[in-house]
Design a protein around this ligand. Structure first.
Ligand SMILES: [Zn+2]
Length: 449
């Protein structure tokens, strides 16, 4: 989509303390996503993902896929509906109980809209019959929507009743083998969060209703988070529960609100045994397959990033998943600049940048009836990483663009939730702009300072 005016982006202003479709507005990602026309609630805890947010999710998914496939995972798709019988056999039908979305088909056969697929995967392995030990280990994954009938859906996409997840399942013949894969997938997670420049902490967690021998939560600090994370500013250790002092270095711990964006488990035979998922070892009879599982809440991660990075007034994205990388804003229709520059200049610049930066997603704000100032405010609110204004400076000699870039100078400080800052405009000629977009910008920033 080349022109902003063509985007489906129903922008609204939410009055203070408003309740929309039975949902209170309780955190900034929820408010900003709604106000900026990126999501729309359909009822409590259910959301339509609108095109701009969908673009960000697509990018986020592509990075998740790259990381998990680098760890050797193979993608598949299980049905969203799982027979309740399977959940009955593992005891989770009763355990998870009211959080399950249940339904019946016309033959009164009972199903649930799955919140997770351990049962379905174990049933699949049981169905294909005992695999040879030579075929294991395996790592299977899917990306799809999951369902949880939250008692109180809250904070928009952070605690919704339908949400998108990566769920991966490791299949093993031994605990050692499970641990090897567990650490490989953990490395893939760490790689993903590093690419996204998010200070996500891996912390030990109780396995809870999932069962198993090892479990970690992956936590991103954010004010709206419902978990509490103890972090050590000195050695960066983090834990979900802790004393006043860091176990590793003795430093004083800091407590932060945080959001669980991922969870990893070694499950053992908790699901394979009751559902009959066996393999054949080199000698002796069939043995239950050991399972591990790995989840990332994709819609939740998106909201958590925004919660972590945004200010109260403006969205800020991890650079890699910003819906558009660059927005071009031209002069207001009828202004002196408009008469001298004309509207073709926006399209020409678009083509030049698209040619030199084929991977960049660029959009032209063609709402020329609005002033540059007004569109600049809106662009800042949307969090476009690069804003290019064709205005007064373009009429000078040499012609120059006003360029605004979101930067995150203090990401490395780790635990702090630091919003981006948008520095004052750089004034750049076309050649300087193109070089700047290619990342050869350090000298420019120095010379303009
Ligand atoms: Zn420490």
């Amino acid at each position: 989509m080349r022109y902003l005016s063509r985007l489906f982006q129903p922008v609204i202003t939410i009055p203070k303390n408003a309740v929309i479709k039975n949902t209170e507005i309780t955190c900034k990602s929820q408010r900003l996503l709604l106000e900026c026309g990126l999501i729309r609630p359909t009822s409590s805890g259910l959301f339509t993902i609108l095109p701009i947010a969908r673009r960000a999710l697509n990018k986020l998914e592509s990075h998740i896929i790259a990381c998990i496939e680098a760890a050797g995972a193979q993608r598949m798709s299980l049905p969203s509906l799982t027979s309740s019988t399977l959940w009955d056999k593992t005891g989770r039908l009763e355990e998870v109980g009211p959080e399950l979305m249940k339904m019946e088909d016309r033959h009164q056969k009972k199903f649930l809209l799955s919140p997770t697929h351990e049962e379905a995967v174990a049933d699949l392995l049981s169905d294909v019959g005992p695999m040879s030990y030579k075929q294991l280990p395996l790592l299977l994954y899917q990306i799809g929507n999951k369902y949880r009938d939250e008692h109180r859906p809250k904070h928009g996409l952070l605690r919704a009743r339908e949400f998108s997840m990566l769920d991966a399942y490791g299949l093993h013949t031994s605990e050692d083998c499970a641990r090897t894969m567990y650490s490989r997938v953990s490395d893939a997670y760490a790689q993903l969060f590093k690419r996204l420049q998010l200070p996500v902490h891996r912390v030990s967690a109780p396995p809870g209703s999932m069962g198993g021998s090892m479990s970690h939560e992956w936590q991103l600090p954010a004010a709206a988070g419902e978990d509490e994370l103890a972090t050590c500013p000195r050695c960066r250790q983090a834990a979900l529960d802790g004393d006043q002092r860091c176990e590793t270095c003795g430093g004083a711990l800091q407590w932060l609100q945080s959001v669980e964006v991922g969870h990893t488990f070694i499950l053992g035979t908790r699901y394979s045994l009751p559902l009959g998922a066996f393999y054949t070892p080199g000698t002796g009879g069939p043995q239950p397959i050991l399972m591990s599982c790995y989840g990332i809440g994709i819609t939740r991660l998106l909201a958590a990033c925004l919660e972590h990075l945004s200010t109260d007034k403006s969205l800020r994205w991890p650079k890699l998943i910003a819906p558009y990388d660059i927005i071009i804003i031209g002069p207001k229709e009828g202004s002196y600049e408009w008469q001298s520059i004309g509207s073709d200049e926006m399209d020409r610049l678009y083509d030049v940048i698209a040619h030199t930066q084929p991977d960049a997603d660029i959009i032209i704000d063609d709402r020329h009836h609005l002033t540059i100032g007004k569109r600049l405010v809106m662009a800042d609110r949307m969090g476009y990483p690069t804003i290019i204004v064709i205005g007064k400076a373009y009429l000078e000699s040499p012609a120059r663009y006003e360029v605004y870039r979101s930067t995150r100078p203090d990401f490395e400080s780790g635990t702090q939730t630091t919003p981006y800052s948008t520095p004052a405009a750089l004034l750049l000629t076309e050649a300087e702009l193109l070089s700047h977009l290619e990342g050869n910008d350090e000298q420019l920033i120095k010379s303009s300072a």
